[in-house]
Ligand binder design. Structure first.
Ligand SMILES: Cc1ncc(COP(=O)(O)O)c(C=O)c1O
Length: 396
């Protein structure tokens, strides 16, 4: 083991040092398929094979020059935490093994809640990413809708639930995917108008729809749309929540990090009125894939939906374990890389990361506005620069 880990560490150090110059996009390459042998080649040879045959065609997506999608990197502390999560190989589902792993997971949730400035009523659960966090939020919305009409969807199934109205302006595709996974159906989404030239919801139009609709209603709002980084008006949504009964889920996959910066925080004003919130951690927390968090102020509904009833596992009545709060039972100790990074850099470190990122996005946006080849398609609000070639025939 020591020699093997040493070799892996030396190799990984070289990879990290090369990120600044490695290609960020790599043309597709056809590899001969890997084959299962009877005897295996041993871990040292497997490392050599990976380094020679596989790694050269990997994109340097963990490095600072990769600007595609909303891909985060990994902070040095998060890499250490991720390695150690593998070494310790904990399964923090209950207190039955080491309760310390479970406690660290809870402490990390509390640190994240504090980073995002959310009140203590919000419980949080680690999941694999924003898609699963949206799934959790909408599963709770479905359970809430059932309770409103005296039905327990988690016990009796969907058939007993009257049709829900689901309103949203620009939901991320993972939310409509979640509707499909939840048996509610992608077509449940009814579009609310956007503000002119924006991806943000016209909340007056929403108000009209809420006033005219009958029955149960769920609203999906956005804190950072994926195309233009636009935000819905949560203060107006908070006012609407006082006047109308609906479940509010906010997809804050990356926009939730606006909370770390006094200059950006106003974009989230009022967001704590949400019933459920999704935040991705493998984006702006810069922990390695895969990691996200589902927040909700309705832990009782979480227990209804996700409770895993088995005599050999048990359940704490007043402090349910993670296995009873999220889709996964056994899961990686995802909290450890997040814990390392939060402890290492603190909220000031994250403020610096987010503000620098947004500053660079603004500079790029200004340069695009001055360019004769490109058009800026939306103002740069956060870290997304949405632009297109002025001449659509230009492909390179
Ligand atoms: C706003 C938003 N929500 C959800 C997702 C889905 O995230 P993931 O692929 O991490 O599940 C993304 C991904 O880009 C996103 O930008």
């Amino acid at each position: 083991m020591p020699a093997l880990l040493e070799a892996a560490s030396t190799y990984a150090t070289g990879v990290c040092q090369g990120l600044d110059s490695a290609p960020v996009a790599v043309p597709p390459r056809v590899h001969p398929p890997s084959e299962l042998s009877a005897a295996g080649i041993g871990a040292e040879r497997a490392l050599e094979l990976f380094a020679d045959a596989i790694a050269p065609s990997l994109a340097a997506s963990a490095g600072p020059r990769h600007l595609g999608f909303v891909t985060g990197g990994a902070t040095p502390a998060a890499i250490v935490g991720d390695w150690l999560a593998t070494v310790f190989d904990q399964n923090p589902i209950s207190r039955l093994d080491s309760s310390t792993a479970l406690q660290l997971e809870r402490d990390t949730v509390a640190m994240l809640r504090s980073l995002f400035g959310l009140p203590e009523q919000f419980s949080g659960s680690f999941v694999s990413g924003a898609t699963m966090a949206n799934f959790v939020g909408l599963a709770l919305a479905r359970e809430w809708a059932g309770r409103e009409v005296g039905v327990r969807v988690s016990a009796d199934g969907l058939a007993a639930l009257p049709r829900i109205t689901l309103l949203s302006a620009t939901p991320h595709s993972s939310s409509t995917k979640a509707l499909s996974m939840l048996g509610l159906g992608r077509h449940l989404w009814q579009a609310v108008a956007c503000l002119p030239g924006r991806e943000a919801m016209d909340t007056l139009a929403l108000e009209g729809l809420l006033a005219s609709r009958q029955g149960l209603c769920v609203v999906i709002a956005s804190a950072g749309t994926v195309n233009t980084g636009d935000f819905d008006d949560f203060e107006h949504l908070a006012r609407l929540k006082k006047a109308h009964s609906f479940w509010l889920h906010i997809d804050a996959a990356f926009g939730g990090f606006a909370s770390v910066s006094p200059e950006l925080r106003p974009l989230l004003a009022g967001w704590a009125c949400a019933d459920s919130i999704c935040v991705d951690l493998h984006k702006w927390l810069n922990v390695p894939y895969d990691s996200g968090i589902a927040f909700t102020r309705h832990r009782d509904l979480q227990v209804d939906v996700f409770s895993n009833v088995a005599t050999y596992l048990g359940r704490s009545a007043d402090d349910p374990e993670p296995i009873h709060l999220a889709p996964e039972n056994s899961h990686r100790w995802r909290a450890l890389p997040a814990w390392f990074s939060l402890i290492a850099y603190g909220s000031d470190g994250y403020r610096e990361i987010v503000e620098r990122d947004c500053r660079l996005a603004r500079v790029l946006g200004e340069r695009i506005q001055q360019s004769e080849w490109f058009d800026l398609l939306a103002p740069v609000k956060l870290n997304i620069v949405c632009f297109a070639p002025r001449n659509p025939d230009i492909t390179s």
